[in-house]
Write a protein that binds this ligand. Structure first.
Ligand code: PLP
Length: 419
């Protein structure tokens, strides 16, 4: 891989310790041979397994109520219907299969909200590979259902106690493991982040989303969309949904970040009450790549915040950062309240309960539909079953226009009431 292929403009690169370089070089070679050149039919097997195990292709659904509401044709790309309930399996399955082709015997992964760990544990069980998942202790407490799911699929969970015990520390710990075990082990990174070749490779595995959606929209609507929306944490569903539209100059691409409770930053506390690294971040290096980061004026990485755990990350993929600088992608953001309202609206109007991450994209649609043209695709990156407890709690705290009346649950929990 030439240095140019490791970068996206000024972003990306391979900022890793010397001890990791052999692993990065071996992976780069495998990515080029198996993914780019389809050696030994790797991509054919990947596609077949995405179909049989994952359930692809997935529908592009016309959303009738939303189309009426906004007087705009709205289509939903239904990644929530992928096995596991989110787009994550596209990447996890691709990387675990690649590890097999490379002759590796063990998988390590990191997880924050637990969605990527769950997808990796599923893919590893499916392909009969032992799997160890690093997870911050705080996140283990916050994300119990996903911890269960990983254990049930046979994964080992290793708690990470450094720092705040969340995703950032879990990634660092997984990289340390990998540096000492590279001969036998592949690190399945969870988004379009990390050193090259990860951002390109993860994008390629996820780009099945836009490959299908581009075909489907031409079939169903007879033309390309005016706008495509996807939520952005690390940016893997975003890049996957955008990839085949990037060269279609008339198609607007909107990466919707978590605006959290505010875009203002408390420097003293080292906290950003949002996860809007594309909209508000500055250049810096994190987890092996140069990208846009939430950092203070001394270059310290700040804690991020979002009501949705899957968007709660201080960095973002380098390719997305580059496309925003090039003005090919619009970086926009939506706050916690608006995401929660969108969650309820999509559930009530369309019968689709979205992940809280996904709900941010629908919050943007609600606020800006009149700027998005007549034909819009929104990626439904995942389903919301994992978020129901959080939604209940967060909805109770607020005075939202569209929330259902939950008093029946309160009454039942109190032991009496009107059930
Ligand atoms: C993990 C996750 C995200 C955020 O990750 P990206 O890499 O930005 O896609 C978004 N939606 C869902 C449902 C997720 O599980």
């Amino acid at each position: 891989m030439s240095t140019d292929d490791a970068k996206f403009g000024e972003y990306g690169g391979q900022f890793v310790p010397e001890s990791l370089m052999p692993a990065i070089e071996e992976l780069t070679d495998a990515y080029e041979r198996y993914v780019l050149d389809n050696e030994d039919g790797f991509m054919d097997e990947f596609r077949q397994r995405l179909a049989d195990f994952g359930g692809r292709p997935l529908p592009l659904q016309h959303a009738e109520s939303l189309s009426d509401r906004y007087d705009t044709e709205v289509y939903l790309k239904r990644e929530d219907l992928l096995h596991g309930g989110a787009h994550k399996l596209n990447n996890a399955l691709g990387q675990v299969l690649l590890a097999k082709y490379m002759g590796k015997e063990r998988i390590v992964a990191e997880t924050g909200a637990g969605q990527h760990g769950t997808a990796t544990a599923m893919a590893a069980a499916h392909l009969d590979m032992p799997c160890e998942v690093y997870m911050g202790e705080t996140d283990i407490r916050r994300q119990r259902p996903n911890v269960f799911r990983m254990k049930i699929n046979g994964a080992e969970i290793t708690p990470v106690t450094t720092g705040r015990g969340t995703l950032k520390e879990a990634i660092s710990e997984t990289m340390r493991d990998w540096a000492t075990t590279v001969e036998t082990t592949h690190y399945v990174i969870g988004s379009v982040v990390g050193p090259a070749p990860f951002p390109r490779m993860v994008r390629d595995f996820q780009s099945v989303i836009s490959e299908e959606a581009r075909e489907q929209v031409r079939e169903k609507a007879g033309r390309l969309p005016d706008s495509v929306l996807a939520c952005a944490g690390g940016g893997s569903n975003t890049m996957g949904t955008f990839h085949h539209f990037v060269d279609d100059e008339d198609v607007g691409l909107y990466a919707v970040e978590a605006g959290g409770s505010s875009l203002d930053v408390d420097e003293e506390e080292g906290v950003a009450p949002n996860s809007a690294s594309l909209s508000t971040g500055e250049q810096g290096v994190l987890h092996g790549a140069r990208t846009k980061l939430l950092q203070d004026s001394h270059g310290q990485i700040m804690e991020s915040h979002s009501v949705s755990a899957g968007l709660d990350y201080a960095g973002v993929g380098p390719e997305l950062a580059h496309l925003v600088d090039e003005e090919r992608v619009d970086a926009v953001n939506v706050g916690d309240d608006s995401a929660l309202e969108a969650f309820h609206r999509l559930s009530q109007d369309e019968g689709v309960i979205p992940a809280l991450e996904t709900a941010h994209a629908f919050g943007y649609l609600e606020e800006h539909h009149d700027e998005l043209g007549d034909l819009v695709i929104v990626n439904v990156s995942g389903r919301g079953d994992k978020d129901l407890e959080t939604v209940l709690e967060e909805t109770e705290k607020r005075d939202l226009d569209v929330a259902p009346d939950m008093s029946v649950l309160r009454a039942a929990a109190g032991g009496g009431g009107d059930l």
